[in-house]
Unconditional design. Structure first.
Length: 196
């Protein structure tokens, strides 16, 4: 990656106070990672529902990174991520989660080994959050270099359901029924039992 500049923001209001362009050398981080690619059918369902695919991928990335420490004995600062609608190597929409250390230390690998549990826990965290459009408890990240934009909570829920091989129809105003929450808890319980 390459740092091209910086901006100064007011600490409380977020108002941009100024900035500078920089000319710095490129930095390369060779590390280990994992990735998720939603099926083309799932991508089309997200788009057909009028949801923001990039916002859903980005929200999924944030939420999964926030939950990875439950499975990999790390801090969310020990891992990074990238979400993109068409990655040049996968040729499809992709969410990457990687170790934030040169050479990798195994955090993303542990997430990969327990990816179904990680996705189920991520889905449960996003669905059970009572906010309407996303908040620091579910899909916002304190270290997002894109200032938590774009994010689409409903698209993330649809993507997570699909990545787990389950169908989901978007709800109105981001609401999720008690029955869906109960079904998610049952699914997570079965996944925990299967890996115990």
């Amino acid at each position: 990656s390459r740092v091209t500049g910086y901006i100064k923001k007011h600490e409380f209001s977020g108002q941009v106070l100024g900035g500078e362009s920089l000319s710095l050398p490129e930095e390369v981080l060779e590390t280990t990672g994992m990735w998720f690619c939603p099926s083309q059918e799932l991508v089309e369902k997200v788009k057909a529902a009028g949801l923001d695919l990039m916002g859903g991928l980005h929200a999924t990335e944030h939420a999964a990174i926030a939950l990875l420490p439950l499975f990999a004995m790390c801090d969310r600062g020990d891992v990074g991520g990238l979400s993109i609608t068409a990655h040049p190597q996968t040729q499809e929409p992709t969410v990457f989660i990687h170790d934030a250390y040169q050479g990798g230390v195994g955090f993303a690998e542990r997430g990969y080994e327990r990816s179904e549990e990680l996705l189920a826990a991520t889905l449960e965290a996003v669905v059970s959050c009572s906010c309407e459009n996303g908040c620091p408890s579910c899909i916002h990240s304190p270290k997002c270099s894109n200032f938590n934009r774009p994010l689409d909570k409903e698209a993330a829920i649809m993507l997570l359901y699909g990545l787990l091989g389950r169908d989901y129809e978007p709800q109105t105003a981001g609401s999720v029924t008690g029955m869906e929450k109960q079904n998610l808890k049952r699914l997570l319980g079965r996944l925990k039992g299967a890996t115990a």
